[in-house]
Design a protein around this ligand. Structure first.
Ligand code: HEM
Length: 447
């Protein structure tokens, strides 16, 4: 059997660095840089960070207790909600308690398997329209930028009726500025300060642009009594339950959340997956053949015809989880994996660490999609693989994201051949999402 590929992973250090080093130099801008080998072998590490007690937990049983079995005692940290609050308001992503339950009930049906199948044609059309504009000569293409443009077009097409205000190039710039700032703002947020970094003015402008645009769209939908796209349905459902002004705000809050949570994460999944295929030409050919056959049929159930691509996508989400960390705050004292957690402590779960943990995976840094063959997958611990989180707050868009990624990748493979270019490999950078440091330039050529 040929040796497995070990794709690039973030720099590791020999030991846990002092906490303050997370706020200067490379680690300040890259949350996955410099984790020590010990983090991938131990299951628990407690640190004091600016007065907070933070437990980094990589024990799947304990994670199951935090995210599922004792969920009511662990909420999204007030700190994180404050940090995201300016952009995401009180929508599903940031809400807790009854408000969260109510909004999840309103939104969940839109992302059901049947609803997602209904989006498949629109996803395919939005992807094809972009691929049709690609150059045909052998040229380097930044597939990270292409992935972001594609997922942004897909969110706008599927959820917001293809509104041109959201697909304009300026919109992409605004959203990127906003997300960037959220990723950088953690030091200032921990100190209770407003972000004063260089990007903050642009980020605020970006947030304003998005809220103003989505607000205008909400007013149009409300005046029309809803509308036949996702956003129209959401506006109508919220107006049926809340006073008009609150319904408007919640519609915007949720729309921003879907827009933000839905495109950047999936874009990173696409980017890392196409890189992994560019690095393995034989596997790429095999998957191209699978894609060519699958694209002949109906889009609605295409995922069933792409089992090998699905395994590759799952493995890509393991090695490069687009959401590399999940945090919770203990609302009450608890005992977790035989240790004491006090009310107010933070529990930090890092899919990036968990997915490469020595005790949970064979050859954790190697690319091996066979680990996601159905029988081997069934043997995994329920909480050792968490690209979409787990428990009641599991990603509401998970199925949407998987189907979307499979459809986009199948179209890309059907259209072109991808190859890595000479030079240093991409460096994974953890911000809110896990992205390559300098985009993903790949050689892209006709078949
Ligand atoms: C590969 C793509 C994606 C990944 C890796 C991802 C990952 C995640 C994770 C890990 C969470 C849970 C966070 C936590 O528990 O603290 C989450 C929540 C969420 N995601 Fe995704 N996501 C993706 C795509 C999407 C898409 C396409 C949408 C919508 C269009 C979406 C909307 C949301 C929302 C609204 C929540 C909050 C759910 C709640 O709190 O009830 N995500 N996502």
């Amino acid at each position: 059997m040929p040796a497995l590929l070990i794709p690039p992973y973030p720099h590791r250090s020999s030991d846990w660095a002092p906490v303050w080093t997370a706020f200067v130099g490379r680690r300040a801008n890259n949350s996955v840089h410099g984790w020590p080998e010990d983090a991938f072998q131990s299951t628990w590490k407690t640190r004091r960070v600016f007065g907070y007690t933070v437990h980094v937990v990589s024990d799947p049983d304990a994670i199951g207790r935090v995210l599922l079995d004792n969920k009511t005692d662990y909420e999204r940290p007030a700190l994180v909600r404050k940090l995201l609050g300016a952009a995401l308001g009180d929508g599903l992503f940031n809400a807790e308690g009854e408000s969260w339950r109510e909004q999840r009930r309103i939104v969940a049906p839109t992302f059901s398997p049947a609803a997602v199948s209904g989006f498949a044609n629109v996803i395919a059309e939005a992807t094809s329209a972009r691929v049709a504009r690609w150059r045909t000569d052998k040229a380097p293409m930044d597939m990270a930028a292409e992935a972001t443009g594609t997922t942004m077009a897909i969110i706008a097409a599927t959820l917001f009726g293809g509104d041109a205000r959201l697909t304009a190039p300026a919109a992409a710039g605004h959203i990127t500025a906003m997300l960037d700032a959220a990723g950088r703002a953690r030091v200032t947020a921990l100190l209770g300060l407003r972000s004063l970094g260089p990007g903050s003015g642009r980020a605020r402008a970006g947030g304003r642009f998005l809220r103003d645009t989505l607000g205008a769209m909400a007013d149009e939908r409300a005046a029309a009594g809803g509308g036949n796209d996702f956003y129209g349905g959401l506006v109508a459902a919220l107006h049926a339950r809340y006073p008009a002004a609150q319904a408007r705000e919640l519609a915007i809050d949720n729309a921003v959340a879907f827009y933000v949570a839905g495109h950047e994460t999936t874009a990173n999944a696409l980017t890392w997956t196409i890189y992994l295929l560019a690095a393995q030409p034989e596997l790429q050919e095999e998957l191209r053949a699978e894609a060519q056959t699958a694209l002949v049929g109906e889009m609605g159930d295409i995922d069933a015809r792409l089992p090998r691509l699905r395994a590759v996508l799952d493995e890509s989400l393991r090695l490069y989880p687009p959401a590399p960390r999940l945090d919770r705050e203990a609302m009450a004292d608890d005992e977790l994996a035989g240790r004491t957690v006090r009310r107010g402590d933070l529990v930090s779960i890092w899919p990036y660490v968990l997915h490469r943990h020595r005790a949970l995976w064979d050859e954790p840094d190697a690319f091996d999609p066979d680990r996601f063959a159905p029988d081997r997958r069934a043997a995994m611990h329920r909480h050792q693989y968490l690209p979409f989180g787990a428990g009641p707050r599991v990603c509401v868009g998970a199925r949407f994201a998987i189907v979307e990624a499979l459809i986009v990748l199948a179209h890309w493979l059907e259209a072109r051949r991808f190859a890595v270019r000479p030079g240093p490999p991409p460096v994974p950078v953890g911000r809110v999402t896990l992205r390559p440091e300098r985009g993903m330039p790949l050689a892209v050529s006709a078949l």
